[in-house]
Ligand binder design. Structure first.
Ligand code: TRP
Length: 332
């Protein structure tokens, strides 16, 4: 008997390497919650298409992200991992959902507006503009009542709940549940230069597959207190990225000691970076080991994907047929 009642649907678009921001922002939470929740992780490969990634890269990134999940502690016995394009029934949900969202509402979505601005998208295609609806379809296909996302995705989940409420009132039934959002962390992890959030495309990230050399290089460039001119002058820990990162790996008590030392000037920037570098290397070492094991056992990974796809597809098929019936459609 499976005693897990609540359903989590969460996922990522396979756009490249994962970095520590992904881990602490979402994946760590998934690992923690998988024992208590019925958890599904979608690799949203359609979402990688709207910004014109090469199919070859999408395929490679999809496989790699799944290896990454496994290496980070996602257990396929507890979590169903699957690929969006392997489950065409989600698209049927998507088509139904399209009819419950106005164009005006879509282009008002703050996440969409922000991404258009940030990425300087001149002519957004419909795949991109409607991705909040596609993501809602991902969630609603599983009748999920929880999702885990980064803080920037909050408006997407709000829109999902708006759609499901509209449909529930249309069919006069509580078919879809409200989807509650679990945030992996309260704030976005900043990139090493302290200006933008951590992002692979901005080359300011510490990737989970970094080599020791790359870690040393990135750590050397981390933004600290610009007003600290001498190594023993009093320093500021606020907005100091080394402290943001150290916090991820350090107990509260030890963190307080480090902060105090920095403030009175008894610990240098280079010593701090040395500590951080060691912590990062220690964190990444076992992940690397696991990744190597999975890379040598591709058949096992393929098996995980096949089983996940099969299981997820059956759930969606069942929910879709119920949904169509409630809406009043009939298949002959
Ligand atoms: N848009 C999400 C991201 O880029 C990925 C995603 C796709 C997702 N479908 C989802 C997240 C459903 C949560 C639920 O991070």
């Amino acid at each position: 008997m499976n005693k897990k009642k609540n359903i989590i649907l969460t996922g990522d678009s396979p756009t490249g390497n994962l970095h520590i921001g992904h881990y602490f922002g979402s994946i760590k939470k998934r690992v923690e919650l998988q024992k208590k929740f019925k958890q599904y992780i979608i690799v949203a490969d359609y979402q990688a298409l709207f910004n014109r990634r090469k199919i070859k890269d999408i395929k490679k990134n999809t496989f790699n992200i799944i290896i990454e999940y496994l290496s980070l502690g996602i257990d396929p016995k507890e979590t169903t991992i699957f690929i969006q394009t392997s489950i065409p029934e989600i698209n049927e949900f998507y088509i139904f959902l399209l009819n419950f969202v106005s164009y005006e509402r879509l282009i008002r979505n703050p996440t969409i507006k922000k991404e258009i601005r940030m990425k300087n998208i001149k002519k957004p295609n419909m795949g991109f503009l409607t991705y909040p609806i596609s993501q809602s379809a991902d969630i609603l296909s599983f009748l999920a009542n929880y999702t885990i996302v980064g803080i920037d995705q909050k408006p997407i989940i709000e829109q999902c709940n708006e759609i499901s409420k509209k449909i529930n009132s249309y069919v006069k039934k509580n078919f879809f549940k409200k989807c509650k959002t679990i945030f992996g962390s309260k704030k976005k992890l900043m990139g090493i230069y302290g200006k933008n959030k951590m992002s692979k495309s901005l080359k300011n990230s510490i990737d989970l597959n970094s080599s020791e050399k790359e870690i040393i290089q990135r750590v050397r460039n981390i933004y600290t207190d610009p007003n600290r001119t001498k190594k023993n002058s009093p320093g500021n820990t606020k907005g100091n990225i080394v402290f943001d990162y150290l916090e991820l790996f350090t107990k509260k008590k030890d963190m307080e000691i480090l902060c105090e030392k920095y403030k009175i000037g008894t610990i240098s920037d280079s010593k701090l970076k040395e500590i951080l570098k060691d912590k990062l290397i220690n964190f990444i070492k076992p992940i690397k080991k696991m990744r190597n094991i999975y890379n040598k056992n591709k058949d096992y990974v393929i098996e995980v994907i096949k089983k996940g796809n099969y299981k997820a597809r059956n759930v969606v098929k069942k929910n879709l047929s119920k949904f169509k019936e409630i809406l009043g459609f009939k298949s002959y």
